[in-house]
Design a binder for this molecule. Structure first.
Ligand code: ZN
Length: 229
């Protein structure tokens, strides 16, 4: 909850890509990665990139976007990766109003950081690559940059778990998408929910195409390794 509050605080200014508020969110996430004791990739937590944004016919350069990435090394298969991702950008300030994006998607980033804290203390067999994507709201730019410049070979990524808007609702319902295309994930999801106070609802996969996980999975499909084994 502390991470949700920090990321949706007024000084984050809604975390719109290319704004000072977004940079403060980058610094906050990198500081958390360091504090948790995660490993940087290629010497840094930031994967910087730029993109062009068109607003009402005007093209604008967004030069200082960044994905934040960190690793927990696997105990058995260090060169196989499960990606746990969440986008951290949001809509910024519109009409003088700060769109804080507590649910979309401070909640997902906080859940990712909570997972990172737990897995740092309990490393799994395969490596875990935590990725906070930038510019999801600008057409999944962060995820597109990630697959164009992958920090690890894409065919070594076995699964992508993307967290988005996990804070909504007061009935402990989680929407899960992707089990239609990847049925092997279904029993894993069901096992995880069993005996807990959450209800899992499966969503049709068309909502998946709006997710960074879809971008990575699509890039990964030719290798035939998108399905975990
Ligand atoms: Zn979102």
């Amino acid at each position: 909850m502390r991470d949700v509050e920090a990321l949706s605080a007024p000084e984050m200014e809604g975390r719109l890509s290319g704004t000072p508020g977004n940079k403060r969110a980058q610094a906050f996430i990198a500081a958390q990665f360091k504090d948790i004791g995660l490993e940087p990739l290629n010497g840094a937590f930031e994967q910087k990139f730029s993109f062009k944004k068109t607003t009402r016919g005007t093209v604008q350069d967004v030069p200082d976007a960044a994905n934040l990435m960190a690793l927990v090394g696997g105990t058995a298969e260090r060169d196989r990766y499960v990606v746990v991702s969440a986008h951290y950008d949001h809509l910024g300030v519109r009409g003088g109003q700060v769109y804080r994006g507590a649910d979309d998607n401070a909640s997902g980033v906080a859940a990712m950081l909570a997972a990172a804290r737990w897995f740092r203390a309990h490393p799994p067999r395969q490596s875990l690559l935590f990725v906070a994507f930038d510019a999801e709201e600008e057409g999944l730019q962060g995820a597109r940059h990630f697959v164009a410049h992958p920090p690890v070979p894409l065919d070594r990524i076995s699964t992508v778990v993307n967290l988005d808007m996990v804070g909504r609702g007061d009935k402990n319902v989680l929407f899960v998408t992707g089990t239609h295309h990847y049925p092997a994930l279904k029993p894993i999801v069901e096992d995880a929910a069993r005996g807990r106070s959450i209800t899992i609802t499966r969503r049709p996969c068309r909502s998946m195409s709006a997710s960074p996980a879809f971008v990575v999975a699509t890039a990964n499909v030719p290798s035939g390794r998108a399905i975990p084994r």
